[in-house]
Design a protein around this ligand. Structure first.
Ligand SMILES: N[C@@H](CCC(=O)N[C@@H](CS)C(=O)NCC(=O)O)C(=O)O
Length: 212
């Protein structure tokens, strides 16, 4: 199975961590934004990463990819079957994509992607706007993180994997929730991101960006 994308993408990181939690080995093929690689294009016709192939089966979108992996490799189940839990996992996956990444992406794109990879000065106003948009995300998560330390069903699910991934990008820009104001969220992030499915990749990303 091949995963096309850049490790710094929150959506690529999400799929990589999801596969790692299942003990699956994915071959990683690096592609950049808008990459013309025809194999990547065959998976992702609109050139959004990640792309994925398993033999002749080719697809894009992190949610579609993890849905396939969970159905094909059911253990451990990371997308619960229970109707309520399943709906809540889908909500958190969507929240991660359309709310957390929408905010965190403004920070990461303008402070890292644009200056480091596109050779263009980032829009600092847009980055600051992203920081402002992260505040209700922090407030929401702080108010709902259960004592178990997992968002749904008191065990690790796609919800946790999807939600923490964009926080890594904000973290690469030095943006993180204040641990005194958001103790539950801070503990939750370090617990999920400290798992072997995330931690080694994040260490490699930090080296690549010259942060460590
Ligand atoms: N909802 C999609 C989002 C994919 C996405 O927007 N990926 C970004 C990189 S983080 C991308 O490829 N952007 C390039 C573009 O929009 O042309 C998913 O979950 O995979």
């Amino acid at each position: 199975m091949i995963l096309y994308g850049a490790p710094l993408s929150p959506f690529v990181r999400k799929v990589a961590a999801f596969a790692a939690e299942k003990g699956l080995e994915l071959e990683k093929v690096a592609v950049g934004l808008g990459d013309p690689n025809p194999d990547f294009l065959a998976c992702s016709p609109f050139r959004k990463m990640p792309g994925f192939s398993d033999g002749d089966f080719k697809i894009s979108d992190s949610s579609a990819i993890v849905t396939y992996l969970d159905a094909k490799y059911p253990e451990p189940a990371l997308i619960p079957a229970d109707p309520v839990d399943r709906a809540r996992v889908v909500w958190f996956d969507e929240f991660a994509d359309t709310i957390v990444t929408a905010a965190g992406g403004k920070i990461f794109f303008n402070r890292v992607v644009s200056p480091k990879f596109l050779g263009k000065l980032g829009d600092e106003e847009a980055a600051k706007q992203g920081e402002t948009e992260m505040v209700p995300v922090y407030d929401y998560l702080e108010s709902i993180i259960p004592a178990s330390g997992f968002l749904v069903a008191d065990r690790l699910t796609l919800a946790d994997i999807a939600v923490v991934s964009p926080f890594v990008n904000a973290g690469h820009c030095g943006v993180a929730p204040d641990s005194t104001k958001y103790p539950k969220l801070t503990g939750y992030l370090s617990s999920i991101l400290g798992r072997p499915s995330f931690a080694p990749g994040i260490a490699r990303e930090r080296k690549m960006l010259g942060l460590d």
